[in-house]
Design a protein. Structure first.
Length: 194
């Protein structure tokens, strides 16, 4: 999947005039890319559309309009776009109550390394997590992680031939899976693969 360049973005003024429409389109797009895994975890499968929107929102929020700042945002977010042989996921741990969240994040250290995808009956592929920076310490994990799932050529071929896809988490304090993913979600994710 092609990475974003400055030419793919809008000026702050252009974005302001198109923001409502673009937001609506991205929300609809994400319906096929966000998957609830158990009661407190969402996987957001990123792609060029979701990351473009995120960059535009960051430029708007930070009022960034200079070349260096724009390039900095592109450099920060482009690694989250799939490369054709993988999926990239923003993992969100969601606990509305602050005290419940604090306790849960203490118990979920390492959860990001126990996330997996499985094409049909093939081996599970566990996530490569948080390549940009460490997001946990000895006391707790973060509520946000970035995951990469590398697929073999045979897995990609199977996906393109209609194989089922399951995802899940196998952590001692959080074991949940979605098996199989709905066909509409599976098809959206298959489009990320070369």
């Amino acid at each position: 999947m092609q990475k974003l360049a400055r030419a793919d973005l809008l000026s702050l003024e252009q974005y302001a005039s198109e923001r409502v429409r673009l937001r609506s389109e991205v929300i609809a797009h994400k319906l096929l890319r966000n998957v609830q895994v158990g009661p407190n975890m969402t996987w957001c499968f990123e792609d060029r559309t979701t990351i473009r929107y995120q960059v535009l929102e960051m430029l708007r929020a930070e009022r960034i309009f200079e070349s260096d700042g724009i390039q900095g945002e592109l450099d920060a977010y482009n690694p989250l776009i799939p490369d054709g042989n993988n999926w990239k996921v923003t993992l969100l741990l969601e606990f509305p109550d602050p005290e419940e969240r604090r306790v849960a994040l203490e118990k979920l250290i390492g959860v990001e390394d126990r996330c997996w995808v499985r094409v049909s009956e093939m081996e599970r592929v566990f996530a490569v997590a948080d390549e940009d920076l460490e997001r946990e310490n000895d006391e707790k994990t973060s509520a946000v992680h970035f995951l990469r799932f590398e697929l073999t050529p045979s897995m990609i071929e199977a996906m393109k031939s209609g194989a089922s896809l399951s995802i899940g988490v196998d952590h001692e304090n959080y074991r949940h899976s979605v098996s199989p993913l709905p066909p509409t979600v599976r098809d959206a994710l298959c489009a990320d693969l070369d």
